[in-house]
Design a protein around this ligand. Structure first.
Ligand SMILES: Nc1ncnc2c1ncn2[C@@H]1O[C@H](COP(=O)(O)OP(=O)(O)OP(=O)(O)O)[C@@H](O)[C@H]1O
Ligand SMILES: [Mg+2]
Length: 458
């Protein structure tokens, strides 16, 4: 299983982060444990203070009660003091919390019931009071001893705990940080090397293609990540490039062949026909001498036919290889074609616009020829199919793009089921060979068609 690039990039930081989170959880747990123990120690400490307070209150209460019994007189303020001391004693006893060794012994409950026995309101004799106070204070003292021992033990344990905690936290932190560092480094080096190797491989393929060697790079059998998508795109682009270059070469070859035929026709057939014409014209010059009227008429007819044939042949030659294109350039060649073939009352009226900046683009011969042929086919289609009364042919430059447009006010393109023409396909093929884009859309001014070709000239 291959993991995606995003996962590969995120894996190392995610691992480091996870380890750090574990470390945090561990530290939090250790600190929580320590705080619990500290809270327990605090409870023992406050119980110890409560015991001391209860002892002090009991001692003062006993002395006061004994004094009152000996004098036999009790002033109201003495009675208030007695009640206050007893109240303090009870509150102090209530504040004693059961802890560790005292939790289930019932000793605290016993102390509480002994404290209730000390209630001055019950007023027993001096002897009984002394006994009760003695029992209460003996119990109190025993509890104080236990509490003191527990307190000391806890203090000691707490110190040990803190030392152990610091040691353990340091060790665990060092171990986790070292592990995070090693794992993070290992994962990032491992995955970045893998990615780098694949990127280098793709880059080598791209450089080879850019250098002109059209070797088809292998395509991944399955898309697992973004680099596979890139490899597949490079493979598809190369396939298209091979096709386009093939078409371009084919078109170049065809154009060369057309040029050769045009030259042969000119140098051979046209010169032959011209010499026959000259012969016939010479025969006509013998008028009124040796030629009969009928023969003269036939010669004139043949001369006319031959002139017509020569003119047709010139048209064919120009079609095979438009000379104006080589001499005057693309705009002039299209304009010449329009003037020669489309300027007639039966044909729709045309308007031609040529942007002067087209000249500055200095298009190479192949591009000019391709654009010329495309323009001628688009114009032919208007004449053949559009039923238009008017059309416009334009060559413009817009933001480093050459725009060739043929826009008519005809009926628009209607889908035909028995369509067998090759014109539109030829236009697409030719445009692809020079990396131009073509589109047929509705005219901006009528229901007619606007054909538009865009050639990037940067
Ligand atoms: N300007 C246009 N207006 C209306 N219809 C058009 C226009 N251009 C093309 N078409 C339609 O598109 C079809 C295909 O054109 P295409 O040039 O491929 O074939 P064709 O002109 O019929 O034959 P060929 O070009 O091979 O001589 C035409 O039959 C026509 O219906
Ligand atoms: Mg056509």
């Amino acid at each position: 299983m291959r993991i995606t690039i995003k996962q590969q990039v995120l894996l190392a930081p995610a691992t480091v982060l996870t380890l750090l989170v574990f470390l945090l959880i561990f530290m939090h747990y250790t600190y929580w444990n320590l705080s619990n123990k500290r809270r327990e120690a605090k409870a023992v400490g406050s119980s110890f203070i409560a015991l001391a307070e209860a002892d002090m209150a009991a001692r003062r209460l006993h002395l006061l009660l004994r004094g009152l019994q000996q004098t036999g007189m009790a002033a109201p303020e003495d009675m208030a003091l007695v009640a206050d001391l007893y109240e303090r004693l009870l509150t102090a006893v209530d504040r004693i919390q059961p802890f560790g060794p005292l939790k289930d012994t019932g000793q605290i409950d016993r102390l509480r019931s002994l404290a209730e026995d000390l209630n001055p309101a019950s007023s027993p004799d001096e002897q009984r009071i002394a006994e009760r106070f003695a029992v209460f204070r003996a119990e109190l003292s025993s509890l104080s001893n236990v509490t003191q021992i527990q307190l000391n033990k806890m203090r000691l344990l707490h110190e040990e705990d803190v030392t152990r905690l610091v040691e353990r936290t340091t060790q665990v932190s060092i171990a986790v940080l070292a592990l995070a560092l090693v794992l993070g480094l290992f994962l990032s080096i491992y995955f970045s090397r893998r990615l780098l190797q694949r990127i280098q491989h793709l880059s080598r393929n791209a450089v080879t293609i850019a250098d002109g060697s059209l070797v088809l790079p292998e395509a991944p059998d399955r898309i697992r990540d973004e680099l596979d998508t890139l490899a597949l795109s490079i493979n598809r682009m190369t396939k298209r490039l091979i096709r386009v270059v093939g078409t371009e070469k084919l078109l170049e070859g065809a154009e060369e062949e057309r040029r050769r035929i045009a030259m042969d026709l000119h140098d051979q057939s046209l010169s032959d026909l011209s010499s026959i014409l000259r012969g016939l014209q010479g025969l006509q010059g013998l008028q009124g001498t040796s030629l009969t009227g009928e023969l003269h008429e036939k010669t004139a007819h043949l001369t006319h036919e031959l002139e017509h044939a020569i003119s047709n042949l010139r048209d064919i030659m120009n079609n095979l290889h438009p000379q104006t294109l080589d001499i005057l350039g693309l705009g002039a060649a299209i304009e010449a074609h329009l003037e020669q073939h489309c300027d007639s009352m039966e044909l729709p009226e045309y308007h031609f616009y040529l942007d002067p900046r087209v000249e500055e683009l200095q298009l190479d011969r192949t591009k000019q020829l391709t654009l010329y042929r495309i323009a001628i086919e688009a114009i032919q289609n208007v004449i053949k199919h559009a039923s238009a009364s008017r059309y416009e042919v334009s060559l413009e430059v817009r933001e480093h793009n050459l725009i060739l447009a043929v826009e008519d006010n005809g009926c628009g393109i209607i889908e035909k089921s028995n369509y067998q023409g090759r014109g539109l396909n030829n236009i697409r093929e030719r445009a692809r060979a020079i990396s131009a884009e073509v589109v047929w859309k509705q005219s901006r001014f009528s229901s007619g068609t606007r054909f538009e070709l865009t050639l990037h000239c940067t």
